[in-house]
Ligand binder design. Structure first.
Ligand code: AQP
Length: 333
């Protein structure tokens, strides 16, 4: 029997998840679980790359598991686990860190953006080496595809460079070449208060949080920054606010941007347009929030994580052993 291809992705528990995380990642994951052997984890080690309160990290972690389940991930089909539960991630990281270069890592957009906000002397090594751990996450499971939003594709590209370099060096296919897969619509949802900036959970301005009260969500959409015109047209350069709202609407309605533009072609009032977008967001998020609350109170989270950790560890340890053998680390009984 032919082995199924693998899909892997994760979210780091650095804050309250946003609508951007939902559209760019969360809602995409379940699309893969029927056709791929799917691994979805909580990147809690990655969350330590910037200072974070322990209790905040813990609560965010639990939330993400509940969000995964509320978004339709089925633990029978998808291995859901904590990165820190599988020690092979840290072990592979300590091998692969020798295969990426300072120059490459310093050119990563995420590193440049996040480190810019810090005093140079206080930039953590973990923040700099973030893509090495991400490469370890992907390669331990020999993932064929990595569903991610726009901002993470650069790290997957770097992982591809690493695979090429590693396999060349040892003259065998130790790692499979992974590929980033982005959602058709909505791979970069922008902030509602500044549509030139990405909606981001650790930079909460103008964001819609998945846990926001429904009335707040409506208010935020109704007061989203737009231009002074009256045309509902997709033009990210000149009409970033309207384009962002069109993207949100199209994505949640499972239609293309052109179809969304067509739907609103006769509307000339931005208020009317925003109301329709708000209705759509609420139609999707309200039942999602309901499921999330039920899951959080159901007590299933620990069980899902402990079964996930067992399944993930089994596969990850097999890869780690192969890598250790390849690089010449001595394996004994
Ligand atoms: N605004 C967004 N639009 C579409 N996709 C997005 N993602 C994040 N923001 C948007 C996607 O969500 C997944 C999980 O992201 P992550 O937790 O690994 O961290 P991130 O990419 O750095 O996302 P954030 O929300 O901006 O987190 P912080 O603020 O902690 O850095 C990824 O697939 C990402 O592309």
């Amino acid at each position: 029997m032919e082995e199924r291809k693998r899909a892997l992705s994760g979210i780091k528990p650095t804050g309250n998840l946003t609508l951007g995380n939902y559209i760019g990642a969360l809602r995409e994951f379940k699309k893969f679980q029927d056709d791929y052997e799917t691994f979805i984890f909580i990147a809690d080690l990655h969350a330590l790359t910037l200072p974070i309160e322990p209790s905040f990290l813990k609560n965010n972690t639990k939330d993400i598991v509940a969000f995964y389940l509320a978004a339709g991930l089925d633990p029978q089909k998808t291995t859901i686990f904590l990165q820190s539960d599988v020690s092979a991630h840290a072990e592979l990281n300590s091998i692969l860190i020798n295969f990426l270069y300072m120059g490459e890592l310093s050119r990563m957009t995420q590193f440049k953006e996040k480190s810019q906000k810090l005093n140079h002397e206080a930039i953590g090594v973990g923040l700099f080496a973030y893509p090495v751990l991400m490469a370890s996450d992907i390669l331990l499971y020999n993932a064929d595809i990595v569903p991610v939003g726009d901002d993470q594709t650069q790290h997957v590209e770097l992982t591809r460079d690493l695979v090429h370099r590693f396999n060349e060096r040892y003259k065998k296919e130790v790692f499979i070449m992974p590929k980033a897969v982005k959602p058709k619509v909505g791979s970069r949802i922008m902030s509602l208060s500044d549509p030139t900036r990405k909606m981001s959970k650790s930079d909460p301005k103008g964001d819609i949080f998945l846990k926001d009260d429904i009335n707040i969500i409506r208010k935020k959409i109704m007061s989203a920054v737009t231009d002074t015109g009256h045309e509902i047209k997709y033009d990210p350069e000149n009409k970033p606010g309207i384009s962002n709202l069109l993207t949100i609407y199209a994505s949640l309605s499972d239609i293309t941007i052109e179809e969304a533009e067509n739907k609103f072609k006769d509307i000339t009032q931005y208020g009317e347009f925003k109301k329709t977008v708000a209705d759509k967001v609420i139609e999707v998020i309200e039942p999602f929030q309901q499921r999330y609350k039920e899951i959080l109170n159901s007590g299933v989270i620990d069980q899902v994580l402990s079964e996930g950790a067992k399944r993930a560890s089994y596969i990850a340890n097999k890869t780690l052993r192969k890598v250790k053998k390849t690089v010449g680390l001595y394996l004994h009984e």
